[in-house]
Structure formats: structure tokens, C-alpha cells
Design a protein around this ligand. Structure first.
Ligand SMILES: Nc1nc2c(ncn2[C@@H]2O[C@H](COP(=O)(O)OP(=O)(O)OP(=O)(O)O)[C@@H](O)[C@H]2O)c(=O)[nH]1
Ligand SMILES: [Mg+2]
Length: 199
């Protein structure tokens, strides 16, 4: 039976909406990643970093950063005729952590961005998604075009299981973000298949 009787006969079915969360610690490139890939002008909620905030947020590695996300980023990208991703970027600072619970509701997957120069700041995000039960991929952002650590060392340091894919990417490059999001989709799909196969 046609689930949408009001649709024109032969009308193309709209792509299935898939919610993906882009998460990670302060200043790892979440807002940049959403903006690089979004096919609509991204929604941003940036506020100026005050001198008091700069001390708390340890902005030492991102001295050029003058603003920070205080609620969320939003963008979307159509993958193909069947799938359209709705991207929700989280704030990175601990004091806005309460926003994460709302942002992950209904998410089918997550991209957790880490900056290997500040691995300490990345544990809470990885830990959060392990506990939330949302399938995630860790994306190691190559600041300055290089990695501070070997990927296997990053996996070991973050204590993520072998089942969690680790990819490198550059949040400023559209194609790089696309590949990371495709890894999220593949991971979500294979997790779902594994669950169905488990009696
Ligand atoms: N060199 C380099 N700079 C990057 C890369 N990704 C992001 N940046 C820069 O890093 C800074 C932080 O980027 P944002 O996208 O604001 O980071 P965020 O994770 O959204 O930050 P918060 O929302 O404040 O937690 C910006 O100045 C970006 O231009 C990258 O891959 N390489
Ligand atoms: Mg941001």
C-alpha cells in the first residue's frame, strides 16, 4: 500500500533523513566540519570567547579562535537518492555538556573528532558515546597537516575497541569530511546488521 496517498503517482520518494552527531572536545573542528560539508548555509551558535573563558577552555593550541559554539551547529548533506544526513554539531566545552543529551536523541551515528595535540580533552567525548550506545567513528583531525601520534597509538591512548573505526581527516576539506561521514554510515549499518544477526 502507498504510505503517502497524497503523493503524485510516480513522484520521487524523498531521501530518508539520518541524524548524525558531530562531537568532540573544545576547538577540535566540529563547527568547521559541519560548515565544510553542509549543502545549506549552516546554522551556527557562536559566541565570543572572553578572557576568563579562554583560561578555562585552554585555548593555547587555537590562539586564533575567538568564538565558541554555545548551543549547536546544524547542516545537512544529501548523500544520494536514498539518504540525506542531518548534522548536529555539539558545543565542545564541559559547561555546555548538558546539551549533548538532547542532541544525541534519535542519532543513528556519531563522528567524534579528536585533536592529538590535546588527547586529554578527547576522553570525555569517546566515553560519552561508548556509554550512550550510539555507534561512532573517531576522526583524528590533522592540524597543521600532520598527526602528532601514530593512529594505533591514538587508539591505545583513547582505549577505544578495535570495532570502532579510526580515520584521519581535515575538517576544512569537504571531501575529507564526506569520507569521514561515509565511514560513520558504514559503521552504523554494520552494527545494525550485527545486531539483527545476533539471536
Ligand atoms: N590547521 C587546521 N585548522 C583547523 C582544522 N580544523 C579546524 N581548524 C581550525 O581550528 C579552529 C577550531 O575550529 P572550530 O570548528 O571552531 O572548532 P569547534 O570544535 O567547533 O570548537 P568549539 O565549538 O568551540 O568546541 C578554527 O580556527 C578552525 O579554522 C584543520 O583540520 N587544520
Ligand atoms: Mg564549534
Amino acid at each position: 500500500m502507498d504510505s503517502n496517498p497524497s503523493a503524485e503517482p510516480g513522484a520521487k520518494k524523498p531521501p530518508t533523513p539520518v541524524k548524525i552527531v558531530i562531537a568532540g572536545g573544545f576547538g577540535v573542528g566540529k563547527t568547521t566540519a559541519v560548515a565544510s560539508i553542509s549543502e545549506i548555509p549552516p546554522l551556527r551558535t557562536e559566541a565570543a570567547i572572553t578572557s576568563v573563558g579562554a583560561e578555562i577552555d585552554r585555548t593555547g593550541h587555537t590562539p586564533a579562535k575567538t568564538t565558541t559554539t554555545v548551543a549547536m551547529d546544524f547542516g545537512c548533506i544529501t548523500i544520494d537518492d536514498d539518504v540525506k544526513l542531518y548534522l548536529f554539531g555539539t558545543p565542545g566545552q564541559d559547561r555546555f555538556g548538558f546539551m549533548w543529551h538532547d542532541l544525541v536523541v534519535g542519532a543513528l551515528g556519531a563522528l567524534v573528532i579528536v585533536d592529538t595535540r590535546r588527547l586529554d580533552d578527547c576522553y570525555p567525548a569517546v566515553d560519552y558515546f561508548e556509554k550512550a550506545g550510539v555507534p561512532f567513528v573517531v576522526a583524528v583531525n590533522k592540524f597543521d597537516g600532520m598527526l602528532s601520534h601514530d593512529l594505533n597509538d591514538v587508539r591505545w591512548a583513547l582505549a577505544v575497541s578495535d570495532e570502532v573505526p579510526l580515520v584521519t581527516f581535515d575538517a576544512r576539506e569537504k571531501l575529507s569530511v564526506r569520507d569521514a561521514l561515509l565511514a560513520v554510515l558504514r559503521n552504523t549499518f554494520s552494527r545494525a546488521q550485527a545486531q539483527v544477526a545476533t539471536p
